[in-house]
Design a protein around this ligand. Structure first.
Ligand code: ADP
Ligand code: MG
Length: 321
């Protein structure tokens, strides 16, 4: 495979972003921003660790890699603008296969008018894709996980556990209902950009995207904000046919499965109805799942279950006395 013809084949002929000055073709890309804050994130995906050709087409590998990054921008309240892709190509991969990965990314990028403005192409032992995204927020409007305050409502978008269920369906023989719904949620997650941007005029919103499981992200908010989050398990939203899966798996995917790329947030109660309105306007289900109960109590998450409360930790839970 010839690197130059490959780069030529993935290069956009026109760009969408007006802030772009130089795209692919020089030593680096150039863009400008007069008044906005620039937000950037990177995620790396290694074949066999983060994805497998067995459960996903190459189109989906690309789609998902970019979706995971865009979700980080959503969690910062940023509008996506650019992406760069570094790819390590092992022997035996054809240009056609690589193009399928880039097609998957392009498909999602188009929805957000994002431009591919650079990257790197090298050969190596393992297939590896690293995607960098760049977005913008209004000045001082990036959303941090450190801003939760006692009394806030804790909310989550969409439904949780779907991606874990989708992967399970793909890797086990089974006869589950709505299989294509779950598989699609695994392969083509929808980052919550329009909802996050819709929150733009609110004074204070805490956001984090669910990539490792709500247990993990809730703890990140609790630690960064130095508060305690109290979550009600029965309020955590799941899809209507989710109860068809074994109970332990439901629990595992919903709390620790991650990769649903939904948003977990906190908001002062006075702004809760605005959050719900923005949810409606952007076609995003938003559910209240708990509250911030204590400030200055160094970062704990308590999960209220039917008959008891447990301390929810990043990767598991312990029973409270
Ligand atoms: P340099 O040698 O100056 O680092 P390269 O020859 O690696 O530049 O790349 C030439 C151009 O192609 C640059 O604009 C670079 O950003 C772009 N490019 C290279 N690989 C990729 C890729 N995988 N995806 C997107 N753009 C790429
Ligand atoms: Mg150069």
């Amino acid at each position: 495979m010839d690197e130059f013809s490959f780069i030529e084949s993935i290069k956009q002929h026109t760009y969408n972003q007006s802030s772009l000055i130089k795209g692919i073709g020089d030593d680096a890309a150039v863009f400008s921003s007069l008044s906005q804050n620039i937000v950037s994130a990177v995620d790396t995906f290694v074949e066999g660790v983060h994805f497998s050709k067995e459960t996903m087409s190459l189109f989906h590998v690309g789609y998902r890699a970019l979706a995971a990054n865009i979700s980080d921008l959503a969690a910062m309240g940023a509008t996506p603008a650019f992406y760069l892709v570094s790819i390590v190509i092992p022997k035996g991969w054809s240009q056609e296969e690589l193009l399928q990965i880039f097609n998957g990314m392009r498909h999602l990028a188009r929805a957000y008018k994002m431009d591919l403005i650079g990257g790197d192409t090298v050969s190596g032992k393992e297939m590896c894709i690293s995607v960098t995204v760049i977005g913008f927020t209004m000045k001082d409007k990036a959303r941090y996980r450190s801003t939760a305050e006692s009394g806030d409502i804790v909310f989550v978008t969409g439904t949780l556990g779907d991606s874990g269920a989708g992967l399970h369906i793909l890797t086990h023989s089974n006869n589950y209902k709505e299989a294509s719904y779950y598989i699609n949620r695994h392969r083509m997650p929808s980052p919550r950009i329009s909802f996050a941007i819709g929150l733009g005029h609110l004074a204070r919103v805490t956001l984090n995207d669910i990539s490792d499981g709500i247990a993990s992200e809730a703890n990140e908010i609790a630690e960064a904000s130095n508060v305690t989050l109290l979550l009600n398990e029965s309020e955590i939203p799941t899809n209507s046919s989710y109860n068809q899966f074994p109970v332990e798996l439901q629990e595992k995917w919903k709390l620790f499965g991650g990769e649903d790329f939904e948003l977990l947030g906190t908001i002062p109660p006075k702004d809760w109805d605005k959050v719900q309105q923005i949810g409606e306007l952007t076609n995003t289900n938003v559910t209240k799942i708990g509250e911030v109960v204590e400030a200055g109590k160094n970062g704990k998450v308590i999960l209220k279950q039917k008959h008891k409360s447990i301390l929810l930790e990043k990767k598991g839970y312990t029973h409270l006395k």
